[in-house]
Write a protein that binds this ligand. Sequence first.
Ligand code: PLP
Length: 387
Amino acid sequence: MTGMINVFQPSLGELELAAVKETFDSNWIGRGSRTEEFESVFARHIGVPRDRVRSINSCTEAMFLAMELAGVDQSSDVVLPTVSFVGAGNAISARGATPVFCDVDPRTLNPSVDDVEAVLTSRTKAVVILHYGGYPGDVARIAELCRKRGVLLIEDAAIAVASTVEGQSCGTFGDLAVWSFDHGKIVVTVDGGMLYAREPELAERARTLSYLGLEQSSGYDQARNTDNRWWDFDVSAFSRRSVTNDVLAAVGTVQMSRLPDFIRRREEIAARYENGLAGIEGLQLPPPLPAGHETSHYMYWVQFDHGIRDIVARDLYNQGIYTTFRYPPLHKVPAYGSQAELPGADYAAERTLLLPMHHSLTDEDVDRTINEVREITRNRLKERRPA
Ligand SMILES: *Cc1c(COP(=O)(O)O)cnc(C)c1O
């Protein structure tokens, strides 16, 4: 709908177009030097050696790869918060493993270390957590727990591209991590993701698995290094092709250079919401970040009491303001076959609404949203509790 204020929105412009044009003009659009540069920039950004990251064609695909790298199989339980992206659940179930859902804090929608520990068993092979809304959550203590119990930690850092705890980037606390650059994220390459592996051997394995399991990376390189028949090959795994390309990488490198500005703007918007929405009856704001935590401000969410969330969302939509809820709890999705009772997640799933949050929002957009939320909440609340 034109004129709709979107909940998420990319910001791609002349700089990205120039980078795409330059890539087209070079006649090398496949995985090459621009992808390597993007990987270097990203590795530097999260503070890890360059050879530990691999550009992947989506975060979901990177999650599937991570499960494979973690050795998850039919004998494995994999723990994850029920408030997780569906792709994480699928990546676990697709390997024949059992997803074991843990509860989340009703206000932050992140699991505590106790929530995770409560569902660990001797079958637990790995724990997957995300950073809700960009809030790091209890990641440092969960990482410590996982190390102590000999369980791998996989961070779904899809929406935590600039989130840190005491200066350490989210995604680098565990053993494996994935990020997303799809059309709705903060850094956008149209589609794309990144995989990080702490162990160099796992990172090396990730490179092989993401390119057909080929023992050698490309015929082009081989031609330089062998006398002849550079097209011969062997495979070490019957793997897929999950790599990305230089066109998208060129866009990604530009977006990374703009990331500090994106985050600054999102910070301003979050502060504006916080001021404008304070003190509205029946509406709770997100809890403050713990000291030492930085969020990427991927989401701005509020919680409505008295069962009015759904109707407020509809009213806002009718006023041209698109809102949504992420991520509907997976223990309620029949396909995963969970019998778990998770009251924290159930509480959050009935009350939480994501308001528009992206760096192209104007102050007027934000103020209009604030005013509509204020008015609609008051009206709907009045209806629920007649005087
Ligand atoms: C968007 C998202 C993903 C998936 O990213 P794609 O690149 O679209 O596959 C994974 N996890 C979370 C938390 C996300 O928000």
